[in-house]
Design a protein around this ligand. Structure first.
Ligand code: TTP
Ligand code: MG
Length: 344
């Protein structure tokens, strides 16, 4: 039997800010956009103190401000969070190389073959992250990724939840179907329409009915996951399909200088990331969203794989010229895809 551990940092961006500004500890802190709640942008995350006001990720900053005007608003400092994330991943890798990075603050570890009690491994990880990085995390352990991920979410913040094979049903059946990976708001709504609210409700539906309603592969997935069954392996090495950046203007604009300056900056960011992660790319795509949300893309394929700023910027501007700007622009983005690892 496998033993999978899932770790997820608590209020990650906000916790990093509270760590480097200790005067913010215990206060409602909201991270998002440029950190100015009068401007456009959404909440990336909020400290647990701010969550008491109903503030959560993806909420418009202006709404968060109305809910809690005394909160401290800060801009997203992605580079700093990446640095902290790398330190955490280094600690995790010292326990096992069998690790799947899920996001900036999340990972799965296969701890089956580590000769130590799962609870002890989890506590050691927590101790080291607390001591060496200064942050708390929540950990879940189960026989597979599905259960481990559900478990890590059960006692946030600073939680540890272990679900053994025998306890799966008792532990997950009372939960909302939304707790299952891959069940989003749309599926939740459809299930509700069928009278299915909890994972336990879902587990009473015969396989044939699920297949009829949701198709073979998703129907099977729902049937198995409602029983806590998940055979999916850890993906221990991840290749990006593309590297991209985009930005929404504070105000819709048709000023060429503003658009060009932003495109140049975004392209520079993309190329820096490519160089840091050791990739060259062949296809450069730009995306423009006009003020009425009409969205267009144009791609330019290079003759060769490249990580040259000049080449990629030229391609981006050529694509932009071909697209043309007939209305005010709301968002601009650039993506490099068709990536190859640089040989050393
Ligand atoms: P999460 O782990 O979902 O959230 P969290 O760590 O802030 O809080 P929790 O204690 O509930 O785990 O996401 C990790 C980081 O990713 C989060 O700190 C900010 C970022 N993020 C966004 O930028 N936008 C989003 O919509 C979400 C969900 C997260
Ligand atoms: Mg988190």
């Amino acid at each position: 039997m496998r033993r999978i551990l899932h770790i997820d940092m608590d209020a990650f961006f906000a916790a990093v800010e509270q760590m480097r500004h200790p005067e913010l500890v215990g206060k409602p802190v909201i991270i998002g956009g440029a950190g100015d709640p009068t401007m456009r942008g959404v909440v990336s995350t909020a400290s647990y103190e701010a969550r008491k006001y109903g503030i959560h990720s993806a909420m418009p900053l202006q709404r968060a401000y109305r809910l809690c005007p005394e909160a401290i608003f800060l801009p997203v400092d992605y580079d700093e969070y990446m640095r902290v994330s790398e330190k955490i991943k280094d600690i995790l890798r010292s326990f096992t190389p069998l690790i799947e990075n899920v996001g900036i603050d999340e990972a799965f570890l296969d701890i089956t073959d580590i000769d130590m009690e799962p609870e002890k491994i989890a506590n050691k990880i927590k101790e080291r992250i607390k001591k060496e990085v200064g942050l708390t995390c929540s950990i879940g352990i189960g026989p597979n990724k599905l259960i481990a991920k559900i478990a890590s979410d059960m006692k946030k913040p600073d939680g540890l939840t272990i679900i053994s094979e025998e306890d799966i049903k008792v532990a997950i059946w009372p939960l909302s179907v939304r707790k299952l990976w891959g069940v989003g708001p749309k599926t939740e709504k459809r299930l509700k329409g069928m009278g299915i609210h909890t994972i336990g409700d879902l587990a009473t539906v015969p396989l044939e009915s699920l297949i009829e309603e949701f198709g073979k592969s998703y129907g099977n997935y729902l049937y198995e996951s409602s029983r806590g069954v998940d055979e999916s392996p850890l993906i221990t090495y991840w290749e990006p399909k593309s590297i991209s950046r985009e930005t929404t203007f504070q105000r819709d604009t048709d000023k060429w200088t503003v658009i060009a300056k932003n495109l140049a900056e975004l392209t520079k960011d993309v190329v820096e990331t490519m160089k840091e992660s050791g990739y060259k790319g062949k296809t450069v795509t730009i995306k423009i969203r006009f003020k009425d949300f009409e969205t267009h893309t144009r791609a330019k394929t290079l003759d060769d794989f490249s990580d040259s700023l000049e080449t990629i910027r030229k391609a981006a501007f050529e694509a932009l010229r071909r697209l043309g700007l007939k209305k005010k622009v709301r968002l601009i983005g650039v993506r490099v895809s068709n990536l190859a690892k640089v040989e050393h």
